[in-house]
Design a binder for this molecule. Structure first.
Ligand code: UDP
Ligand code: MG
Length: 150
């Protein structure tokens, strides 16, 4: 079963989209394994986005992420990482399909509401970075109603 790191960015928190976004993952059938509201500092944000440090938008991206609290989460489910584009949409909301989170709730690429890990390996790293205390161990009693084979 895959796990992914999902972050509701400061704009999503400020705009009151937390419940709506969490509801989408819940209703899909994914399992919430970690959750916290946290404001991160610059070195932390730079570490999270280290792969993008050479990009021209890097400083603006870091400013954005540290501008207010974010909701950091771990979600678990079959293919939860690989189906991310279908759920959150393309990086640029102008190219995100309606029905995706960014397609429905964002306009600018620099205010695109949500982050999700792009691969199983980066998810593992991001979960370790954001949840050094560890995450919850539990199995939803709905499991057999969501998965044919367990
Ligand atoms: N970003 C930006 N300007 C750009 C490209 C990306 O501000 O021209 C920001 C945006 O917040 C995006 C993040 O950098 O979500 C990471 O970019 P990536 O291409 O990895 O998109 P994602 O994986 O978030 O869809
Ligand atoms: Mg990315």
């Amino acid at each position: 079963m895959e796990q992914t790191f999902i972050m509701i960015k400061p704009d999503g928190v400020q705009r009151g989209l937390v419940g709506e976004i969490i509801g989408r993952f819940e209703k899909k059938g994914f399992t919430l394994k970690g959750l916290k509201l946290i404001t991160v500092d610059r070195p932390f944000a730079e570490k999270h986005y280290a792969d993008l440090s050479a990009k021209p938008f890097f400083n603006g991206l870091v400013e954005y992420i540290i501008s207010g609290p974010v909701v950091a989460m771990v979600w678990e489910g079959k293919n939860v990482v690989t189906t991310r584009r279908k759920i959150i949409g393309a990086a640029n909301p102008a190219e995100s399909a309606p029905g995706t989170i960014r397609g429905d709730y964002a306009i600018d690429i620099g205010r695109n509401v949500i982050h999700s890990s792009d691969a199983v390996e980066s998810a593992r790293k991001e979960i370790a970075l954001w949840f050094p205390e560890g995450i919850a161990e539990w199995r939803s009693s709905l499991h057999p109603w969501i998965y044919e084979f367990s």
